[in-house]
Design a protein around this ligand. Sequence first.
Ligand code: GLC
Length: 449
Amino acid sequence: MVDNLKTNFLELETEAKDVLDKNNRGNYTCPNIRLYPYQWLWDSCFISIGLAHYDIDKAKQEILSLFEGQWANGMMPNILMWKHNNEGDNYNTSNERIWRSWLNPASPNELGTSGITQPPLIAEAVVKIGEKMSPSERRDWYKQVYPKLLKYHQWIFEERDPHGEGLALLIHPWECGMDNTAPWMQELSEHSLPLWLKALMILRIDMLLGLFRRDTQIVKGNQRITNVEALSFFAVQRRLRRKRYNFDKIIDHSLFAIEDITFNSILIKANKHLKEISRTIDKKLPEDLIERMGISEKALEDLWDDYAQEYFSRDFVSHRLLKESSIASFMPLYSGSISKEKAKIIVDNLSNTHRYKTPYPVPTSPISSDWFNPQRYWQGPTWINTNWLIIEGLKNYGFDKEANELKEKTLKLVNKSGIYEYFDPLNGTPLGSNNFSWTAALAIDLINS
Ligand code: GLC
């Protein structure tokens, strides 16, 4: 199978390596030079998984650079604004001023970062890189990253699971990695829009703000988040900044906190990896952490809705499930902790033509949903990272035929349409930015595994 894929996608693999090369900024790889010139957390994890197939040092560097942005409390920020001066980059310092991470004493001194996080894929990347090493190299690698990785997982539980319920909560849509995905947008519109933004919407003058957006000068506006979504994201970000990213203060005042299904599914898998890493280097994980990890697996089951036969994210305060189906509902497959029966129910959605079966799967919203828009960012298009997570999930449960099918469709799509950020699930049109790093990296991984 791998040999076949290697021959069929030889050119794609070469092109993908070229994209990663061009997006390399010395100590990290940016997602895209023009649209995303900094380092992003889960992007770098996906990128290192691709790099590990042919350049272990660069793969390791990607993760080590991420750890340089780690806050003193263990938090891993989703954006690291390394300063560099590469020609053609859209780098500018306005983002540092927007975030002002220096307001929080735990932030790094020399590096501007965001004040929020992203799905915890680091342990997965560490292990995938380790798989490509000899046992002694692997042990050295694990020893090198273990203290920081441990601190990171401890932070997730200590800060983001304040009631010890086993599920981490997120405080900004950017933290779930799928910015304007339907369930989050539904929730945000219900209780978090400031009055001035509601007024703008009523007066219909939010379009004017399009003039000031940098992203829509690079990518067509109908493929990005709407102006209202962008404004509401910044409104939430400003609220967090006002509290200097101090979590206790944020959670005391904020009504907007979500136990996100993607983040928590990835966390469960990451916990398993952390256990394996600690075993390999003969370290004992703290007892209380092991206990919290165990609670997570059980708590994920509370996100199952019997009526819809689906997992959903949950509002932290009201404990109400956000019953809007999205690609996130597939992520428990990746966790590997759900039952085979439930896995089968989720997998059946892939062959349901009213929901997730499209010519170029898997769409981020079901086609029957009012939210479905084939070109709008995380509300319809197919993304390669979510396909990759689903493929890993299918393999967890022995759905090998389905996993291989999705893998082939994914590679054919990228081969036909180019190394873009996302794709129209109905006709394969490439969308967002071209030369997108995680599409390149994960194509390399799919070809070689
Ligand atoms: C967008 C995506 C996010 C990604 C970032 C950089 O914000 O929604 O998942 O990490 O771009 O590629």
